[in-house]
Design a binder for this molecule. Structure first.
Ligand SMILES: Cc1cc2nc3c(=O)[nH]c(=O)nc-3n(C[C@H](O)[C@H](O)[C@H](O)COP(=O)(O)OP(=O)(O)OC[C@H]3O[C@@H](n4cnc5c(N)ncnc54)[C@H](O)[C@@H]3O)c2cc1C
Length: 466
């Protein structure tokens, strides 16, 4: 039996209302809100404040995708009647721009944490009891402890990362554009890198074991994305399993179950992220876990009194904004504010490849399971003036419980990530198609496409056939 008794404070110890283990999106959001609410906070981080999202995730990948968009704009400018020539990609310049963005955000975040009076501790922490974390021989006790140690890039058995086998961590810091890449995994991270490298001029093949790209999305999104990737010359193999891979000085060879072999310069392994929990002492201290993830109730309490968990170590969407929301929730929970629980279905998701995929709420299949009867409508962006101006293709699909509210919005096209803000209000406020149809959308915007989709679902389509 693990010893789950609390530790009493000794004169060497540092005590606070709250000790947070991990300074990523979830951990630092919790620290900032808790300090705002007057709690004393110790925030323990072994690497860099900001965690995966700021240093190895959201921010640097989106900077690369921005550079990729600039390359595509230059490449295709003639369709707008503008003559430019794409001379090539200067990876040193791209990395300088990307690192500059990260550095600026990092500095801002460090300033924020220090200005809120948070006790920031650098070092590797170990959870040793429900009220105590040890960091390099120093004990920090707290009335409450939040576990927030995040995630790492997983690989497959027998596929050791190193050399030409890379994960997103190495892919973000390449100082050259590969000629050919195999991307193992057609989820969010895989298709984002596939998109960047294609825009930078590489030949890219995505291999996905499930039958479609972005398999967590509604299959409408997968079909739209696959069509767009074909147009862009991004190759992909779905329902395809990798049986092995080898590397040499000159390249990699990836073997598929079908017997086919793919040759490339690099293999990006993007098969998901595992929870960072093995070394932090959780299971030894009695935290209930499953497959390495920390189990919580819907208020993010673990099985140990006074101990909570959030972010990528808790089963659910591994997204930075989920971590932020959970961090704020927990700070308020601990301060006794009784916040409302977070509705996981209402968390928006954006995949920032070209074209983008954005969604909120239930897929059609999930909605059918939950409600039985559903209605859907698909609005083609060909009917939306702004999308035609941008020369993008794509569509919006709405899912509605029959005679009920809109429960899912699924979008594919350039910049549709920016539409997810309105889409999430619709889903989370349980709007009916008529409610949204009555709202006047500015013309010509892409938001108008959301308005038109709801007009169509309300039975009064405007710029839509059929
Ligand atoms: C390539 C990539 C792109 C992504 N893009 C997006 C995106 O566009 N949008 C989005 O919403 N999400 C994106 N994500 C996911 C997002 O980064 C994560 O969901 C988010 O960072 C999770 O936050 P977290 O606080 O749970 O963990 P993390 O951000 O991983 O932070 C955990 C922190 O804990 C620290 N830590 C771990 N163990 C210890 C210990 N023992 N002691 C002290 N400190 C410790 C780590 O150093 C780390 O800083 C992306 C991820 C990747 C990899």
């Amino acid at each position: 039996m693990p010893d789950t008794s609390v530790i009493t404070n000794s004169s060497r110890d540092t005590s606070a209302d709250l000790v947070i283990l991990g300074g990523g999106s979830g951990g630092y959001a919790c620290a900032l809100r808790a300090a705002q609410l007057g709690l004393t906070v110790v925030l323990v981080e072994k690497d860099k404040l900001g965690g995966t999202c700021l240093h190895r995730g959201c921010i640097p990948t989106k900077a690369l995708l921005q550079a990729a968009e600039v390359a595509d704009t230059a490449r295709h400018s003639l369709q707008f009647g503008v003559k430019t020539a794409l001379d090539g990609i200067d990876m040193a310049g791209v990395n300088k721009y990307k690192d500059g963005v990260v550095a600026k955000m990092f500095k801002g975040l460090q300033g924020l944490v220090s200005s809120r009076g948070i006790d920031y501790v650098e070092g590797t922490g170990r959870f040793v009891a429900p009220n105590a974390v040890d960091v390099d021989g120093q004990r920090y006790t707290g009335r409450h402890v939040v576990l927030a140690t995040g995630s790492y890039a997983r690989t497959l058995p027998g596929l050791e990362i190193g050399g030409r086998f890379i994960t997103s961590d190495q892919a973000l810091n390449l100082d050259y554009v590969p000629d050919r890449v195999v991307v193992l995994g057609g989820g969010v991270i895989g298709v984002e890198f596939a998109s960047v490298w294609r825009s930078f001029g590489a030949e890219v093949t995505v291999v996905e074991a499930l039958p479609r790209l972005v398999p967590a999305e509604d299959d409408f999104c997968s079909k739209q994305l696959e069509r767009a990737f074909r147009r862009r010359g991004i190759m992909f193999k779905t329902a395809a399993r990798v049986t092995g891979a080898t590397q040499s000085e000159s390249g990699v060879t990836v073997s598929l179950e079908s017997g086919e072999q793919l040759e490339a310069d690099l293999l990006l392994v993007a098969v998901g992220r595992g929870p960072n929990t093995a070394e932090a002492g959780y299971s030894e201290a009695g935290v209930r876990m499953e497959r390495g993830f920390v189990l919580t109730d819907d208020r993010l309490h673990t099985n140990l009194a006074g101990v909570y968990a959030l972010g990528d170590i808790v089963p659910g969407f591994q997204l930075a904004h989920r971590g932020f929301a959970q961090g704020i929730f927990l700070a308020e929970e601990i301060a006794g504010r009784k916040p409302s629980t977070i509705d996981e279905d209402g968390i928006p998701r954006v995949t920032y490849c070209e074209p983008q995929v954005a969604s909120v709420g239930l897929t059609e299949a999930q909605a059918r399971q939950r409600y039985g009867e559903v209605e859907t409508i698909t609005y083609d962006l060909a009917g939306n003036g702004k999308s035609v101006i941008l020369q993008t293709r794509g569509a919006i699909k709405l899912v509605r419980a029959t005679n009920g509210p809109v429960v899912g919005v699924h979008m594919v096209g350039d910049r549709v990530g920016e539409l997810v803000g309105e889409a999430q209000l619709i889903v989370n406020w349980e709007a009916y198609p008529d409610d949204v149809a009555a709202l006047v959308h500015a013309h010509p915007t892409q938001n108008e496409a959301l308005g038109e989709a709801h007009l169509a679902l309300a039975g009064k389509p405007l710029h839509a056939h059929g």
